[in-house]
Design a protein around this ligand. Structure first.
Ligand SMILES: Nc1ncnc2c1ncn2[C@@H]1O[C@H](COP(=O)(O)OP(=O)(O)O)[C@@H](O)[C@H]1O
Ligand SMILES: [Mg+2]
Length: 255
């Protein structure tokens, strides 16, 4: 069988006595958009932080394009083509918005395509344009609303020209209209193409989201976590009919 694009095997993470991810295994292909859902505290953010190198697993491994990335540093993982946006966003608040994105453009991965500092600003501007906040480029990041902070996160991730993008609650705190816009940007990014000076090869994606109706429009497949365990893995249609999934969500009123 061909080498999977991303292969997570037996990934285990405890926090003190609490198991956040329990022996999680799955694989995904280069063209997939994977939704990751589950009740609060199910281990979704932990799983994505393990993949992006922010957390180290206690056991298990992560392979990306055939390479073992389990204990690599976040910076190296970004340079291999995995970018993430975070549930709790922490921009450089005192820097202008555009400078926040320029930092991402300075990754060796982005620069090895022959660009250099002169072009970084133009590229960062293209990423802001892609994310829909280019008109605010010179404002301080501290002035951004929750919705615009999400867009800044997307711009920063896109600026690294990733092959795998990890999105942690991209619709969190957004109005219905903003959610629609964000969903459209995500779908457009996955299709790929040139956005000004940025190349997008249409990254594979893992998207954590509670807004299931919106999520289902943009994903091919959904994995459900509950108490750190994968309890279902299938198409959106299979997932909404899965009795174990319905049971796990009882009382949350979200499915
Ligand atoms: N840094 C941490 N220290 C201690 N416990 C944590 C930490 N991060 C997450 N947890 C715990 O691990 C569990 C899974 O959390 P998380 O991955 O954030 O879940 P989800 O994103 O699905 O809501 C929760 O019980 C949470 O309280
Ligand atoms: Mg979370």
């Amino acid at each position: 069988m061909a080498q999977p694009f991303l292969e997570v095997s037996g990934l285990h993470k405890d926090f003190g006595g609490l198991t956040a991810t329990n022996n999680v295994s799955f694989a995904m292909g280069r063209d997939e958009v994977l939704g990751l859902i589950g009740p609060n505290g199910a281990g979704k953010t932990t799983l994505v932080r393990l993949i992006s190198g922010i957390l180290r697993p206690d056991r298990g491994s992560i392979r990306f394009k055939g390479k073992n990335i389990t204990r690599k540093k976040t910076w190296d993982i970004v340079n291999m083509g995995i970018a993430s946006t975070f549930q709790n966003m922490r921009p450089f608040r005192r820097l202008p918005i555009i400078a926040n994105v320029m930092v991402s453009c300075l990754s060796p991965r982005a620069m090895k395509r022959g660009e250099w500092v002169k072009k970084v600003e133009a590229k960062a501007m293209d990423a802001l344009e892609f994310a829909g906040i280019s008109d605010m480029a010179l404002e301080k990041a501290s002035t951004l609303s929750q919705g615009d902070l999400k867009r800044l996160e997307v711009a920063r991730a896109v600026a690294t020209e990733p092959e795998l993008l990890l999105l942690d609650e991209p619709f969190g705190g957004l109005s219905p209209a903003e959610t629609d816009l964000m969903a459209k940007s995500i779908a457009r990014l996955h299709k790929g193409g040139r956005f000004g000076r940025l190349h997008s090869e249409g990254p594979a994606m893992i998207i954590i989201e509670h807004k299931l109706a919106q999520l289902m429009k943009i994903v091919d497949r959904i994995i459900v976590l509950d108490f750190g365990n994968i309890i279902a893995d299938g198409t959106p249609e299979q997932i909404v009919e899965n009795p174990e999934v319905i049971e796990a969500y009882l009382g949350e009123g979200e499915i």
